[in-house]
Design a binder for this molecule. Structure first.
Ligand SMILES: [Zn+2]
Length: 599
């Protein structure tokens, strides 16, 4: 449908072509056959390029920012067989237009390379869209209402899932509470024939209804699993709230030993995630940690041409699983147009700052008894580093606190010394690199370690970061994008979706303004320039996945991945950036998304 929709728009914009002699004929055809007759690109272009050398698609009529230093801005672009074949003045590109060429007329708008999302969770984006969006509910009654509506549409027995509820957001009080949390009763009444599973915003607890607990075999005698808690009422009956590992009891009732999605459900998630990416202009995506079983699903989707975006996958698993599978799963280029590549390994050094899980060198300001959590044994991570080198994988380790970052940099340095002394070839990354001790900032550039950051986290979390680590540490080392850049480090940028929306525009706005939701700016001297920010989300992101020769900028020979924006985010006043919309997404020279209400 995207093609047909697009053609119609191309017909509506015929006036600017009249200067080249096509307009009158097209208008006449339009009168005779109606708009759709004119919508056929063949009816209105008709230039003389021989079909074999003609472009499949050209873009012109506005500003094309290439993110290529050699030629930062051009008037026109031509693509053929999925790749960019020419860039330059419109008069040069016109020679490549034939009857079959699809024309994207920018009409003054901006075209840029397709966005590279450098850290997010692909299947989880789809999963989040399948589930009820409970974070939008401002009352418990609202949540119960959403479940009731979903149950009315679901088949009996079908699972109803939601995520993101948070009791602090509610304006009302549930009729019955145990340990300050609602019980299953309202959910059981709203969906008597459907199992219900509602995950808390933190991910650390869930609410289940009676049917879900029945399927899970929960009764008064079910023991608490290690590291988990089945919350019980005064009579000792399960209240419906399952904490930490106890959530697994309900997840496992839903599907299989690990509570994993079935293949058909997983493919549905892939479809929804791909659609969401295209609608946001994301044409390349670094998936930050998928088990090998999910990679199988992604391969299947790639085989069927249903991936939706170009994926660089970091696999996740124990060292035993990695040792057994890394060789088999390494893929530089799977499917059409480099759709799927598997070449990274994801590990975790610590947790998150909000829950005081980030591993710090010195105690938290708001809890002097803790320095956070170390989630991986150092020797375990050393072994992963060894496996990564042995199999030629990129290692990508989650590190948020300054201690976690220091330990990971140390382990990377050891691994590079043990190797052939060329760390930059490995392009290992630290995911988040959120809070750094000033001494460690230059080590990224020195070691060739990529700082894989999420500029939108800074503006979302900034208001409470100084509570956790104080003003001094916040200024010296939190989200220090400019300090890293000035030291020569590669900085790549993502959203960590579904933690944040997979929206490059919001992320870009955060990168260039550091404007928080409370209206204040978080140490604005660390903001990125407009072009720097765009690079971090395009060409530099491509570097983070060894794909800078294939995508990330608009250059001859690269895949024709581009986005048309309704506003020029490189020049509009900062407060207008967030109004910019993705009007068109082009992948491999094909229009794969067109905004319904776009001009
Ligand atoms: Zn993540």
């Amino acid at each position: 449908m995207a093609f047909r929709d697009f053609s119609r728009r191309s017909a509506a914009s015929r006036s600017d072509r009249s200067a080249f002699g096509f307009g009158a004929g097209c208008a006449l055809l339009g009168l005779v056959f109606g708009v759709m007759g004119c919508a056929d690109p063949g009816a209105e272009t008709g230039s003389g390029a021989p079909p074999e050398s003609a472009a499949d698609l050209v873009i012109w009529g506005g500003k094309i920012a290439t993110v290529d230093d050699q030629q930062p801005e051009v008037e026109a672009l031509a693509a053929k067989d999925g790749k960019i074949v020419a860039l330059g003045a419109r008069s040069e590109i016109e020679a490549l237009v034939s009857d079959a060429t699809e024309i994207v007329d920018l009409r003054g708008r901006l075209a840029i390379p397709g966005f590279v999302e450098s850290h997010a969770h692909f299947l989880s984006i789809g999963d989040a869209r399948i589930q009820l969006p409970l974070s939008t509910a401002d009352s418990w009654a609202g949540i119960v209402g959403m479940v009731r509506e979903a149950a009315a549409e679901a088949e009996p027995g079908e699972w109803i899932r939601g995520r993101g509820w948070h009791q602090d957001k509610w304006s009302d009080e549930p009729a019955r509470v145990v340990n300050e949390f609602p019980t299953h009763d309202d959910l059981t009444a709203a969906a008597p024939d459907n199992p219900v599973l509602l995950t808390h915003a933190s991910g650390h607890a869930l609410l289940a209804n009676a049917e879900a607990m029945r399927l899970a075999g929960i009764d008064a005698d079910t023991p608490n699993p290690a590291g988990g808690d089945i919350v019980r009422d005064e009579q000792g009956k399960a209240s419906g709230l399952f904490n930490e590992t106890a959530q697994g009891l309900i997840h496992r009732a839903r599907g299989g030993a690990e509570g994993a999605a079935s293949e058909s459900e997983a493919l549905k998630m892939v479809k929804m995630a791909g659609d969401e990416c295209r609608s946001k202009g994301v044409t390349s995506f670094h998936d930050a940690g998928s088990p090998f079983s999910d990679v199988d699903v992604l391969r299947k989707a790639a085989d069927e041409g249903k991936l939706g975006t170009r994926l660089w996958v970091m696999v996740a698993g124990s060292n035993e699983e990695l040792a057994a599978n890394l060789a088999d799963y390494k893929t530089a280029n799977y499917g059409d147009h480099d759709v799927l590549a598997v070449g990274g390994i994801k590990r975790y050094m610590d947790g998150a700052l909000g829950s005081r899980g980030a591993w710090l060198l010195a105690p938290y300001d708001d809890d002097p008894d803790t320095v956070g959590l170390q989630l991986s044994d150092l020797d375990d991570l050393r072994r992963t580093a060894e496996l990564a080198r042995e199999h030629g994988y990129q290692l990508a380790t989650h590190a948020i606190g300054d201690r976690a970052n220091r330990e990971v940099l140390g382990i990377y340095a050891e691994a590079f010394e043990a190797g052939d002394g060329t760390p930059s070839k490995l392009r290992w990354r630290i995911e988040h690199a959120q809070h750094l001790d000033p001494e460690d900032i230059p080590r990224f550039a020195e070691l060739g370690v990529i700082a894989s950051m999420q500029t939108v986290h800074c503006t979302s979390d900034g208001p409470w970061v100084p509570e956790r680590i104080g003003d001094e540490r916040s200024e010296a080392g939190a989200y220090v994008w400019q300090k890293l850049r000035e030291s020569g480090a590669a900085l790549i940028n993502g959203t960590d979706a579904p933690v944040e929306d997979v929206d490059p525009i919001a992320n870009y706005h955060s990168a260039v303004t550091r404007l928080m939701k409370n209206g204040e700016t978080f140490y604005p001297e660390q903001a990125l320039g407009r072009l720097e920010a765009l690079r971090s989300m395009t060409l530099d992101g491509a570097y983070g996945a060894f794909q800078e020769d294939v995508v990330g900028s608009l250059e001859v020979g690269k895949l024709a991945d581009a986005v048309v924006l309704s506003k020029d985010i490189l020049t509009v006043p900062a407060e207008e950036i967030r109004d910019a919309r993705v009007d068109l997404t082009i992948m491999g020279g094909e229009v794969v998304y067109r905004r319904a209400d776009g001009r």
